[in-house]
Design a protein around this ligand. Structure first.
Ligand code: HEC
Length: 103
């Protein structure tokens, strides 16, 4: 049973790293998000959430949802509309890679 779990965890880890976006490209692209989400993904606006340290798969999903209109939001719909799948992956990888400390 333990072996099966371990194998599953390994497969998941491999799948995630294969899927991971390009951090440098994501960081460069994130310049246009900084006015609201901050240069390090820590919000500088009352309405905007922190993005730093959020799970990559969560960020990918939210951006896809804004782009499709499944998660309606006036501003984020405009921001997400022109993003390609690759750009969404890169941006998400970048924000997910920022380390936040919880005490
Ligand atoms: C003009 C301000 C503004 C800009 C620029 C902006 N955002 Fe946002 N973003 C917001 C606001 C406001 C919300 C909260 C929307 C909601 O309530 O759904 C948000 C929400 C999000 C969320 C969902 C976070 C969560 O916790 O669910 C993600 C992901 C996100 N933005 C990514 C981006 C990315 C990537 C960019 C750049 C391509 C960007 N945003 C640019 C204002 C902005």
């Amino acid at each position: 049973m333990k072996t099966i779990f371990f194998a599953a965890a390994l497969t998941l880890a491999a799948a995630q790293s294969a899927w991971a976006g390009d951090l440098e490209a994501g960081k460069a692209k994130a310049a246009q998000c900084a006015v609201c989400h901050g240069p390090n993904g820590l919000s500088v606006l009352a309405e905007a959430p922190n993005l730093a340290g959020q799970p990559e798969m969560y960020l990918v999903q939210q951006l896809i949802n804004y782009r499709s209109g499944r998660r309606p939001h006036e501003v984020m719909a405009i921001m997400a509309k022109p993003l390609t799948n690759k750009e969404i992956e890169d941006l998400s990888a970048w924000y997910a890679s920022i380390k936040v400390e919880v005490k």
